[in-house]
Design a protein around this ligand. Structure first.
Ligand code: SF4
Ligand code: SF4
Length: 619
């Protein structure tokens, strides 16, 4: 069992689940084994009803589908569809945030705070929206109208592409992969992968780069920037992490998914005296709001809300027997949750019109009346407190403090207002480079092990680690997000962290907030007057599993960042596609993917890349 997780709290809940006769993700994985070899290699296709078709990987059987598509076409079409799905998920999230701010500007979403008017004005300047003498609502309306147009943009390219260093923009223009409208790229990808349209794997791959770029420099950036406007730009904040944050004497509510539009209001509503009084009447000492996955990241970045765990802990939180309600919105929410909840008293409450779950109660989020919805949800959880079965409650004791909230603005502030000290530290070698660690957990791999091994090895070698998503929740639980963790860093990085009072691993937010990492990388490249691909920077997704991670990896590579995947993508059925992704893109966009399941070897790859880039820059 210990090979399922590196996290003691998780291991104890996996054991409890077995005692309680509850099936978890690891049991369902076992039931799927051996998983389909064709699927693993990416060589099956069901894009039309002449199929499904599959290519024989050993060469004795069919080498083409009914329509004549070979392995290269099928593998790359499948990858492009994954990119389109991932880009759609991030970007639709961005659209939702833009719509909420737009509604606020129109006066129909009154419950939202709009915390960062300065950021709104800065965005207006960037988008060439005049602010002179205008009310913030008018500015918000014009800014959101401009950003909502980016989805179906009919002009040249997405506005945030202007943040990209000139050299890279010229490269994208030359390759014809500058992202146009976000929806356009996703739709075109679906069109090209329809039977009988684009059958050339290189052409499909180029569209993959463009679609992913429309996510990174489009939909994800919109989500990040406008979330900051609405809910505040994160600054360093402390909190607690892991399942031990659940309280045995309080109403425990877990916010899980990705969007801050409801969760941020729930955090505020939980302080309502009337609701606290109701909780008291039901025998609870308070209301304990905790985060999970990226909804957790959104609210911890701004409020230091306790963080119950990452992707593989969503079922385990319920297994504690101490959770009154799991409130879910969109993305990374296992359909199994209502089954697990059925073994305890927990209510699963879905809130998005886009994501419904058989067996869950649905209380739909409504921007026009968001606070009332938030209070109704909390009330439902409180009413459920007396149903808790004390004999089934077992909350692990593990908790760990974290420091998070490192937006690009917060990093700049910590550096005294300019990137120069960071650039100087990179030039002198105190900091050898930067590694971005992002992405999920995957039950095929020991939970958190690769994230933590990779991060620890890099900070020991004076590489500053930044990250987002479930990777950073792993770091939070392990203490790597504390300034004290600098003791495990190499002498150069340690000195920088100690002088600034920051951890060696900087939590920059949820998955869409990888846009913050892109922004910082572009700003460093602009400061040095080089391309992003010239920087001693790497990205890694050590335990990735989602289609969103595919889009992220591809926009990182297309932006010039060498990206190491710790779980094997389904591309090995085509030698050509595999070579293109791991070798060929070097001559095209100046970066490639590497695949390395062993995190120690992956760290060696990262360090080698950083050393090469430093040497090429003469550092
Ligand atoms: S598109 Fe071609 S390979 Fe795919 S299912 Fe149809 S016939 Fe088979
Ligand atoms: S890191 Fe992966 S699993 Fe975690 S919230 Fe993001 S996409 Fe979901």
């Amino acid at each position: 069992m210990s090979d399922k997780s590196s996290d003691k709290a998780s291991l104890s809940m996996i054991k409890k689940a077995s005692t309680d006769n509850v099936k978890l993700v690891w049991d369902r994985l076992e039931a799927q084994e051996p998983q389909c070899g064709f699927g693993k290699l990416g060589i099956c296709c069901r894009n039309c009803n002449m199929g499904p078709c599959r290519i024989d990987p050993f060469g004795d059987g069919p080498q083409e589908g009914v329509c004549g598509a070979g392995a290269d076409t099928i593998v790359m079409r499948n990858v492009l569809r994954a990119i389109a799905s991932g880009a759609a998920a991030h970007s639709d999230h961005g659209r939702g945030i833009a719509m909420t701010l737009n509604e606020w500007a129109r006066g129909t979403a009154k419950d939202y705070p709009v915390k960062d008017e300065n950021k709104l004005k800065a965005l207006a300047g960037e988008l060439q929206v005049s602010i002179d003498g205008k009310d913030p609502k008018v500015i918000a309306l014009e800014v959101t109208n401009c950003l909502l147009e980016q989805f179906g943009c009919i002009k040249g390219h997405l506005d945030f592409v202007n943040r990209v260093p000139q050299k890279r923009r010229e490269l994208w223009e030359k390759l014809n992969i500058t992202p146009r409208g976000i929806d356009r790229e996703v739709v075109e990808s679906m069109h090209r992968t329809h039977i009988g349209v684009d059958n050339d794997y290189v052409s499909l791959a180029l569209q993959g780069l463009r679609t992913a770029l429309s996510d990174g420099w489009g939909g994800s950036t919109i989500a990040t920037e406008l979330s900051d406007v609405l809910f505040g730009t994160p600054k360093p904040v402390k909190g607690e992490s892991n399942l031990g944050v659940l309280r045995d004497d309080q109403v425990n509510i877990i916010l899980h998914g990705h969007e801050p539009t409801l969760s941020d209001l729930i955090v505020h509503a939980a302080r309502d005296p009337e609701l606290l009084e109701l909780a008291g009447k039901k025998g609870a000492a308070g209301i304990n709001i905790c985060g999970m996955c990226c909804t957790g990241n959104e609210i911890l970045m701004r409020h230091g809300v306790p963080l119950a765990g990452n992707f593989l802990q969503q079922e385990l939180a319920i297994v504690t027997g101490a959770v009154e309600a799991v409130i879910v919105d969109i993305q990374c929410i296992m359909p199994a949750l209502p089954h697990v909840a059925g073994c305890y008293h927990t209510k699963i409450i879905s809130t998005s019109s886009k994501a419904k779950f058989p067996g869950a109660e649905h209380i739909e989020m409504n921007e026009h009346n968001a606070l009332a919805v938030a209070k109704k949800i909390i009330r439902t959880a409180i009413e459920n407190f007396p149903n808790r079965k004390t004999e089934k409650v077992n909350i692990p004791s593990e908790t760990m403090e974290y420091m998070a909230g490192f937006s690009a603005e917060a990093i700049l502030k910590a550096l005294g207002g300019s990137l120069t000290p960071l650039v100087d530290a990179i030039k002198t070698g105190s900091i050898k480079g930067i590694a971005a660690i992002v992405g999920c957990n995957n039950p095929k791999y020991k939970q958190d092990y690769s994230h933590l091994t990779f991060a620890r090895q890099l900070i020991e070698e004076d590489v500053l680690v930044v990250g987002t998503g479930c990777a950073m929740i792993a770091s939070a639980k392990d203490g790597l997000l504390l300034p004290e963790a600098a003791a495990g860093a190499g002498p150069g990085l340690r000195a920088v962290c100690e002088s600034l009072g920051i951890p060696p691993v900087l939590h920059m937010g949820s998955c869409v907030d990888i846009s913050r990492i892109l922004f910082v990388a572009a700003a460093i490249a602009n400061t040095l007057n080089v391309d992003i691909s010239d920087l001693p920077v790497v990205a890694a997704a050590p335990e990735w599993m989602s289609e969103k991670a595919v889009s992220i990896g591809v926009y990182a590579v297309a932006s010039g960042i060498y990206t190491i995947l710790g779980t094997v993508p389904p591309v090995l059925g085509s030698k050509q596609v595999t070579e293109l992704l791991t070798e060929g893109t070097r001559d095209v966009v100046g970066a490639t993917f590497a695949v390395e399941e062993d995190p120690e070897k992956a760290a060696e790859l990262a360090l080698r890349h950083i050393a090469q880039k430093r040497s090429a820059l003469g550092l």
